[in-house]
Design a protein around this ligand. Sequence first.
Ligand code: IVH
Length: 669
Amino acid sequence: MNQSEAKERIDKLRKEIEEHNRRYYVLNQPVISDFEFDLLMNELKTLEEKFPEFMVEWSPTQKVGSDITREFRQFDHTYPMLSLSNTYSYEELRDFDNRVQKTVEGPLEYVCELKFDGASISITYINGIMARALTRGDGTKGDDVTVNIKTIKSIPWSITRDGIPSEFIVRGEVLMPRAVFESLNKERSKEGLNLFANPRNAASGTLKLLDQSAVASRKLDCMFYFLLGENLPHKTHYDNLMQASDWGFKVDGSITVCRNMDEVIGFIESWENKREGLPFGTDGVVIKVNSLDQQRELGVTAKSPRWAVAYKYKAEQAVTRLKSISYQVGRTGNITPVANLEPVFLAGTTVKRASLHNADQIFLLDLHVDDMVYVEKGGEIIPKIVGVDYASRKEGSKAVKFIETCPECGTPLVRTEGESNHFCPNYLHCPPQIRGRIEHFVSRRAMDIEGLGEETVDMLFSKGLIRNVADLYDLKPEQLIILERMGEKSATNILNSIKGSINVPYPRVLFALGIRHVGETVAKTITARFRSLNELMNANIDTLTAVREIGPKIASSIVAYFNDAENQEIIRRLRSAGLKLESEKAEVPAGNALSGKVIVISGVFQRHSRDEYRELIEKNGGKNSSSISGNTSLILAGDNMGPSKKAKADELGISMINEDEFLRLIGKE
Ligand code: IVH
């Protein structure tokens, strides 16, 4: 390779790696496996070593990927959060051992730990109290997700033990149990939402949610693997971890001290199959030098410590032929390409189909029909195509071209800028969209209409008895009874359940309408701000995007939905059927939690109006005041609080709490 070819390849690799980093850390939607990512990275590293004239400081080889998002406050890590260098063979492990042996003196021990596959977290405890939990971020600073970490039941908020250091940090991996991941994805698929690719993405996506009750419902867990600080209780990593376990942190029981590489390899082999039986995904083993003095001697590089290395298990793969691609149309019109494969046996089952996510992935893989493709299952429920054997590609084979029209109704597909999915815009008349919308409307978490399964909805639709959700409320017993396998009793039950659904509260009704991008959480956020459907129908993009968590994508989807004449007619009919289209007046809990406190309200709020907050203060024994003075006990601070008010509060040392904290204070949460 000459210089200009090398430069071209280096530039291309950097761009590609940056894009994969963005997909992995920010979008939580990787399209290639870790193994393939490492191959790209290694190629870039080798080229940069061979052609040092093209080295730049900002090369991805010099950086740790970043998960930083806009919504959270960032703080510096007291100790940088490094990553680990990966190895895939015992030979590479022995090289690591040789390097270590050359540097350190005296007897050497390694600690072997399973490498849990989730999102890393660093939690600082001061005087035994959880002070701050940060994501890895870019390794130097991370997002403050303390409120979310506090929803994880197995992580202690405080440690009441003698002899704990006044300040220490524990690091671990936030994990989503496989079983929780599978049911979460099932729910998401019913709601027409993008699926999480694996439990790791689901865990890190969940950590970044702004709604703590949604985080709590996702049942995350955390396994700790690192204790840091100035006055640690012990001189070895193993003893410190055992100490952390004694303080109440969850530390995996498999951790083993090994005296040499043969024992390390024994550990790796003993877990290769056994790990499949664990509730959490693991993707390798981490090998660490046990002695902290020896760790210090070995030191760190810009990216990773020299005293630790990861051995990655290779995900089980199979090679098979890509026969064709089919396209599924979801409830919200999302098009999902699915690969039809020559059946192949992989990790215990026969695989005939694999997910492809979207057009980008087809493009990145440069798929051709009849290609021999690598299929991988690791961690995911649906296998995916992770690579192509380009060498065996038949001459003249055709590149897969993403469809341009809907396979169900023929409407030209649309892809909004910045989104990875194509969708069919024929919202009102594309059959799977209508059926899907009705199925979603009657589902348990929406209107909870019993007895109307997929099959019955399909029958009612194909007989022309229902064309939209409002038609459900006009169904007559005689129309139902003529359906196959429908007795009088079931028909009556269904009609009673439809009738009963008029009591479902407004947030669930909004969710049930199936507006694109309006899932359960978004519906709750919106109905807290727009207390009636009428109010919401009059909202515009600006008023909608003023609500925290509502971005332009959700806002324009809502506006488009209510601008449509047919939707307006459906709403009119639902209203006359008696559905609840407004919030019940907020129940105001009374108490004396704020007794004697003078509270100033400042800024813009998401969950209640300022009037409602005034009422809440008074009902709980507090006094509301409009200006900050020496008498002020507390400030209830919303978004965009004026800078002069903030300066005054700081000057007088008055505590400020946000609305979540306020509601917790009065016991409303
Ligand atoms: S030690 C400086 N131990 O793997 C070394 N990491 O690629 C810090 N991980 O960011 C990491 N299990 O999120 C360590 N037993 C374990 C681990 C582990 C999973 C993750 C961690 C880290 C990443 C490194």
